[in-house]
Design a protein around this ligand. Structure first.
Ligand SMILES: C[C@@](CO)(OP(=O)(O)O)[C@H](O)COP(=O)(O)OP(=O)(O)OC[C@H]1O[C@@H](n2ccc(N)nc2=O)[C@H](O)[C@@H]1O
Ligand SMILES: Nc1ncnc2c1ncn2[C@@H]1O[C@H](COP(=O)(O)OP(=O)(O)O)[C@@H](O)[C@H]1O
Length: 347
């Protein structure tokens, strides 16, 4: 029995607000997770001897620390199955990129082995196994793009429009724990209701006035400021009047909210700060995903995303002559509505 070419998609945090901290040090977040069409791919073969063997080719990662192995063992323990598995994970999603690759591999492992071992756990039972593996793992088992609260485990499905993304991987990875531990991280962003985000998605500007008044929207982009005579008040005024569309279509959509972790990462990693400044200078509406280090720009169509990818690839190459490159890789990929394995689980 085997399952080949099983996908584990990456995610983006379309915005990420840190709204508090729990007694155990974990942070309370509000975020929207969107799966994207950038994948790791896994192969699973059932073994009768109970052993878990995994090749993932991740340098410096001990076999037992691999989230694929930890997920397989968690499912074995929970179900008491006598089966084991031979697993191969072909990585495309960069580790430490804020794209949730390790978490997604773990979720795909839970879902695929539940099928291969015929252990019959439903979605709720798999979600319970997912959370101890990492705050981001449940969202991949959940199967739908979601508005998330708590530490990422309180999930409400959210309908997102067709969108395409350019995702850029800087030359440095960022470990999540260090970013959350930073004293300079602000942890008091006011909570928003999911309806405010949904309305923003549907109408473009949404309940913009409320978001502005709550301080949840900051113009990110020097070019736009300049177009408004250097005044951010002017920029806000044009947003209120709904005149932001022309600029945003060309250089990426104006995104809801912000990523509270971005200033911390930019403050601590000069190469990433350099990339953020360069993107701003070029006029792209770019944002960091998760705890970094990847950045993304949102578009309406894949054609727009491919144009952006080509432009960034070309300029980065030139900007990097004689210097280390700012971007290692840039992908253009669609936003997904559902997880590709959503229907592999009941519930
Ligand atoms: C920031 C986010 C946003 O989606 O994504 P990534 O950038 O990692 O992809 C997640 O909340 C990350 O989830 P995940 O990567 O699974 O984190 P975990 O392994 O559970 O936690 C790593 C460390 O980050 C800190 N942490 C994580 C999540 C959270 N809500 N509060 C925290 O303080 C804790 O110190 C924890 O020990
Ligand atoms: N299969 C895996 N793929 C990627 N990272 C893994 C995996 N297993 C464990 N890890 C560890 O988890 C960390 C976070 O990985 P990942 O979820 O891909 O990134 P991020 O949390 O930035 O979204 C990595 O730095 C790595 O040490």
């Amino acid at each position: 029995m085997r399952l080949y070419d099983v996908p584990a998609p990456a995610k983006l945090n379309l915005f990420l607000h840190v709204v508090g901290r729990r007694a155990d040090g974990y942070h309370l977040l509000q975020t929207v997770f969107r799966y994207i069409g950038l994948y790791d791919t896994l192969d699973f073969e059932r073994r009768g001897d109970g052993r878990i063997e995994c090749e993932s080719g991740l340098a410096g990662l001990a076999h037992e620390d691999d989230l694929v192995v930890r997920a397989a063992r968690a499912l074995q323990r929970a179900t008491g199955t006598s089966y084991g598995a031979q697993i191969r994970c072909r990585k495309q999603i960069p580790a430490g990129g804020g794209l949730g690759g390790g978490s997604s591999d773990a979720a795909t492992t839970l879902i695929a082995l539940n099928r291969l071992w015929e252990t019959g756990l439903d979605r709720q039972a798999l979600m319970a196994l997912a959370l101890p593996l990492g705050a981001d793992v449940p969202v991949f088992v959940n199967g739908r793009s979601a508005f998330a609260q708590g530490v990422g485990e309180e999930l409400e499905p959210v309908d997102l429009p067709e969108r395409a993304y350019v995702v850029m991987q800087p030359c440095e990875a960022v470990p999540t724990a260090g970013v959350f531990a930073a004293p300079e991280l602000t942890r008091n962003t006011p909570s928003v209701k999911m309806a405010v985000f949904s309305e923003w998605q549907q109408t473009g500007a949404g309940k913009l006035r409320e978001s502005l008044d709550a301080g949840l929207f900051e113009p990110q982009n020097g070019l736009q400021k300049n177009r408004e005579n250097g005044s951010s008040e002017g920029f806000r005024g044009s947003l209120r009047a709904g005149r932001h569309n022309a600029a945003s279509l060309v250089r990426g959509n104006v995104l809801f909210g912000r990523n509270d972790l971005e200033p911390v990462v930019c403050g601590r990693y000069p190469r990433i700060q350099e990339l953020a400044s360069w993107l701003r200078q070029e006029g792209w509406n770019a944002r960091m995903t998760g705890s970094g280090s990847c950045f993304f720009v949102e578009f309406v169509t894949m054609d727009q995303a491919r144009l952006c990818q080509a432009e960034i690839a070309g300029k980065i190459t030139r900007a990097g002559a004689g210097k280390p490159l700012l971007v290692e890789t840039a992908w253009a990929c669609p936003g997904l509505h559902d997880h590709p394995l959503r229907h592999w689980i009941h519930g």
